[in-house]
Design a protein around this ligand. Structure first.
Ligand code: CMC
Length: 363
């Protein structure tokens, strides 16, 4: 029985992805993450996730061409970024620009939404530091173009591969908070733009997609390998949570963390990262795992996707305040696929509340 109405239990049938928290396994449309990340580009995973969800099937080459055109098209909206918008944090400024795009359920809307965060985030970041936005190059892949629009020069092969690995790794992840938000909005038939805007709003909180910036803040505050253990102990004594650790579903290591750690290797091997930071991060990870085991023996807490996201996006020269926006660039494809699945196969999502307040006094 389909349960996309969510009246009785909080669960929804989906053919898109499966998160096995006990085994530490993520499957995206029948393919395990470790296999997918080793060979797929962003365009490949977009074709995989959107297969059967839009009115017209697209192969990876078609999608690359259409997505390049969509990036060129949405770039014309960058001129509407005024001073008030540019004073917002990057993810909010990006969301405000997306909010100006038309709504709809069709392929054009989906492509525009896949392109929009990829174009708006680099443009906002450049405008915020007083630089001119760089126009997209439609012939590039999505990952190469994002990096070119960010830096103004063509990225290296290793950088493109690392960003593809990141975008593939975070493309979809079951019924997380932002995906749920996307499905709730889609279930009212409001349109894909509305679904994506709701999802970005849910994503930006520090308990979901807002954690990787604070991971770098934590590494900076710790400073040296020798300071890791006392710093982490003090943080836990103050009742703080260690950013980049713990997960609602995983009771073992988040498989996405290792996918990203692996994706960093070519950058490390070619000297395109700050090696001191990587060494510090590894020491902090070991110290955090040890202290979490000791302090929370009943709750398995391991490293999550955000820890290595922070290191990878930092190596690709995204500023830390933009990390949540980069997460949105990759997750938009999952949000769109879920929104379409909900609209095509589901019902209005309307969970019942359980009233626990006072009852009217009997007369
Ligand atoms: N550091 C220290 N203690 C923790 C942490 C942490 N990172 N995470 C959970 N705990 C403790 C928590 O204090 C609680 O202890 P106690 O029972 O003694 O009060 C216990 O573990 C259970 O916590 P919970 O709040 O019931 O766990 P949750 O499933 O609601 O939390 C979480 C999941 C991701 C919000 C949490 O682990 C957290 O806040 N982590 C830090 C922020 C972070 O890294 N977020 C990114 C998540 S991954 C991205 C994604 O997939 O969306």
């Amino acid at each position: 029985m389909k349960n996309n109405g969510l009246e009785d239990v909080i669960a929804a049938e989906t053919r898109l992805s499966d998160v096995d928290g006990e085994a530490g396994r993520l499957v995206i449309r029948g393919v395990s993450l470790d296999l997918l990340v080793s060979h797929a580009t962003f365009e490949d995973v977009a074709v995989l996730l959107l297969d059967g969800m839009l009115e017209q099937p697209l192969g990876a080459t078609d999608l690359k061409t259409r997505l390049g055109e969509a990036r060129a098209d949405v770039f014309s909206h960058v001129v509407s970024a005024d001073e008030a918008l540019l004073n917002l944090p990057p993810v909010d400024a990006m969301r405000a620009l997306i909010a100006r795009l038309p709504d709809g359920e069709d392929l054009e809307t989906a492509l525009r939404l896949l392109a929009a965060p990829a174009v708006f985030l680099p443009a906002v970041l450049r405008l915020q530091k007083g630089a001119t936005p760089v126009a997209p190059k439609p012939s590039l892949s999505q990952s190469a173009d994002i990096l070119a629009m960010l830096s103004g020069s063509l990225p290296t092969r290793e950088q493109v591969a690392a960003l593809d690995a990141y975008l593939v790794t975070i493309s979809d992840h079951g019924l997380n908070a932002s995906t749920f938000a996307s499905r709730v909005v889609a279930s009212t038939k409001a349109g894909l733009t509305s679904s994506v805007l709701a999802a970005i709003s849910a994503l930006k909180g520090p308990l979901h997609g807002g954690a990787p910036g604070p991971v770098l803040d934590m590494l900076d505050a710790i400073g040296t390998q020798g300071n890791a253990e006392p710093w982490l102990a003090d943080a836990l004594d103050r009742g703080e949570r260690l950013m980049g650790f713990g997960h609602r579903i995983y009771r073992v290591r988040d498989p996405r963390a290792d996918a990203l750690k692996h994706a960093l290797r070519p950058l490390v091997a070619t000297g395109q990262v700050d090696l001191d930071r990587i060494r510090l991060a590894e020491a902090v990870e070991q110290a955090a795992l040890a202290i979490l085991r000791e302090r929370k023996p009943d709750r398995p807490l391991d490293v999550n996707v955000e820890f290595y996201t922070a290191l990878l996006l930092d190596a690709l020269k995204f500023p830390r305040e933009a990390f949540t926006g980069v997460f949105a660039i990759g997750r938009t494809v999952g949000w769109i696929a879920h929104a379409r699945e909900q609209a095509l196969e589901g019902r209005l999502i309307r969970p019942r509340s359980v009233y626990v307040g006072p009852l009217p006094q009997a007369a």
